[in-house]
Design a protein around this ligand. Structure first.
Ligand code: C2E
Ligand code: MG
Ligand code: MG
Length: 572
């Protein structure tokens, strides 16, 4: 437990700039204590009585009884005065301790005892001034624990709290005495490294911290490996950034480290532009939703051995007024961070279901064709999500069997505890697919949940390099497991005929990729040619080998992202 001088910072620091009015009053009283001290009064009183008694004694005016009485009253006065002095000292100390405690609580996080966010900014501001004065380098490290939510959800909040305390202790044990450790909030921590002579020293601290995380943490008897991603912002003495700029930049670098799974990443100039970009995107996205600038494209999934169109995947795009057509990779992160993902997800779900229902209406062959819609973590966390799905199905008139919700493997694993939402969705008759399968955490603990899932979409990374023995082994294992569990396997990102042949040899029949078609706008899909292609013309190859698409369909299939089309008409 943190003592009163936790974090190597003196509680009451000198310096007028930090003094509160209450403390100023206390200082003045303390400074003048001797003038008003009851001890002094007592001493004066005793001296006066002594002088008076001496005078009377020398002039022989008193007897021994008077002398005794006077002595006793002097003694009583002395004891009383002394008691008053002790009491005053005690209350003053008590006040001091109370004020110190208040100040400590205002600056520290109650769970870990580390500096809190407010204190961090105040301390960092002082550190920036000092670094400039002493011509030294300052490093700001922003840490975010990886998969903290999984521990919190699966082991309970107490285990989560324990983990945060352990992490705080490890960080404190790793950094140097003059450095500062703060809890920024949730599972985020900030370390400020001061008085450094070079930028390399900041990286050394980051490596040291990562090393300290390598040792498993003991939580409720079990050993748990916890990792963290660290973003670093380095301020040289001539850097003009303020405390909030540095923390923001370190945070942005942390995202980079997390995405790259690189442990740590340093914020650089390119990223600075990206941050500005990000802010623009955040602002424009609000308008995009209001002005219906988001559009849905569709990419076909082909059943290569059945030579038919198996389904589509709905993929969102942003028809930005000045930047042109933007892919989801450039704005979905921002949408997730700013809480806009649920709205975007609902829009895509409605649009895709309405589009599939329109196709059903226009072509009887479209009726068995699946429509895959990606579902983000934020949507799954909403207990009302199954009601939304039911509502959209009713509104659009799309049969539930045609809808497939795609959920990435990591999101499924992270929400094992909250899988009732998935069960509710399955009970509606809607299928679930695990997207980007194989890229998630190696935990197969969630395999028992596969009864809710109908499809595994093998990630493009495995399809890209099937010459690698490891990738081949993974695809083989996935196909064998899917067979055993009666799941459909879809290969993502198929770009060459060679890949088609190899995938067929593995027993994977359903494929999605640029070889067949890039995603296209809904009205680029002509139901009369696309859906009749299901009856065999689509992939008519010679001698049993998979053929590519017939010329007229191929033209429609190979429209690229540059084709911005109007949105499909909605039903109802
Ligand atoms: P995903 O669900 O795995 O979608 C497949 C992505 O691979 C799409 O990228 C698609 O255009 C791309 N792709 C397909 N075939 C090929 C190929 O042969 N080569 C290459 N290089 N790429 C191929 P896109 O549209 O950029 O989407 C990226 C990701 O964004 C999606 O990955 C999905 O996770 C997410 N996403 C897209 N739309 C939505 C949406 O409406 N909601 C949510 N939550 N996520 C979405
Ligand atoms: Mg997908
Ligand atoms: Mg995918």
């Amino acid at each position: 437990m943190a003592g009163i001088c936790f974090n190597k910072q003196p509680l009451l620091r000198d310096g007028i700039s930090q003094e509160s009015p209450k403390r100023a009053v206390l200082r003045i009283v303390q400074g003048n204590k001797l003038l008003v001290s009851p001890g002094l009064v007592m001493a004066g009183g005793v001296a006066a009585v002594a002088v008076w008694l001496a005078a009377l004694f020398f002039f022989d005016l008193i007897d021994e009884a008077d002398l005794l009485l006077a002595g006793l009253s002097g003694l009583a006065g002395g004891i009383g005065g002394m008691a008053m002095t002790l009491w005053q000292n005690h209350t003053t100390r008590h006040d001091q301790e109370y004020i110190a405690l208040q100040e400590h609580q205002a600056k520290h996080d109650p769970l870990t005892g580390l500096f809190n966010r407010n204190a961090l900014f105040a301390e960092l501001e002082q550190s920036i001034i000092r670094a400039k004065a002493t011509d030294t380098v300052l490093g700001v490290l922003f840490l975010d624990l990886d998969r903290f939510k999984v521990i919190n959800d699966s082991m309970g909040h107490e285990a989560g709290d324990d983990l945060l305390r352990i992490v705080a202790e490890r960080l404190e044990g790793t950094v140097r005495g003059g450095d500062l450790v703060a809890r920024f909030g949730g599972d985020e921590f900030v370390v400020v490294c001061r008085d450094l002579l070079s930028e390399q020293s900041v990286l050394a601290v980051a490596k040291q911290i990562l090393k300290s995380f390598a040792e498993p943490v003991s939580l409720y008897g079990g050993a748990q490996v916890v990792s963290t991603s660290i973003g670093i912002a380095i301020a040289r003495p001539d850097d003009a950034r303020r405390s909030d700029d540095l923390v923001r930049d370190a945070d942005a670098a942390m995202y980079k480290a997390k995405r790259a799974k690189s442990g740590f990443a340093v914020f650089d100039e390119v990223q600075r532009l990206q941050v500005i970009d990000r802010l623009d995107i955040e602002r424009d996205l609000v308008t995009a939703l209001a002005q219906e600038q988001l559009v849905v494209f569709y990419q076909p999934l082909i059943d290569v051995s059945g030579k038919r169109l198996y389904g589509f995947e709905a993929l969102v795009r942003w028809n930005h007024p000045t930047r042109g057509l933007i892919g989801p990779g450039d704005f979905l992160d921002v949408a997730e961070e700013t809480g806009m993902m649920a709205k975007i997800g609902e829009l895509v779900l409605r649009e895709a279901c309405a589009q599939a229902a329109v196709w059903n209406h226009l072509s009887p062959d479209a009726q068995g064709v699946k429509m895959g819609v990606n579902i983000a973590e934020q949507q799954l966390l909403d207990g009302n999500f199954p009601y939304l799905v039911a509502d959209v199905l009713e509104w659009s008139g799309l049969p539930p069997e045609q809808l497939v919700l795609e959920i990435t493997e990591n999101v499924i694993v992270d929400h094992l505890a909250g899988l009732s939402v998935l069960r509710d969705i399955r009970d509606l008759g809607v299928s679930l697919a695990i997207d980007d399968f194989g890229t998630g955490q190696s935990s197969l603990g969630y395999i028992k949940q596969f009864d809710m899932v109908s499809t595994l979409k093998v990630d493009k990374t495995f399809v890209d390099d099937m010459s690698s023995g490891v990738n081949r082994a993974i695809i083989e294992a996935v196909v064998a497991m899917a067979r055993a569990l009666d799941l459909q396997v879809v290969a993502e990102g198929v770009e060459s005929e060679h890949q088609v042949k190899e995938l067929l040899e593995f027993g994977v029949n359903i494929m999605q990729g640029y070889l067949f078609n890039k995603p296209v706008a809904g009205d680029a899909i002509d139901p009369s040619s696309w859906f009749s292609a299901r009856s065999g013309q689509l992939l008519a190859g010679e001698d049993g080998a998979p053929g590519l698409l017939p010329a007229e369909v191929n033209t429609a299939f190979t429209r690229t992202l540059d084709h911005t089309r109007s949105r499909p008409k909605r039903l109802g």
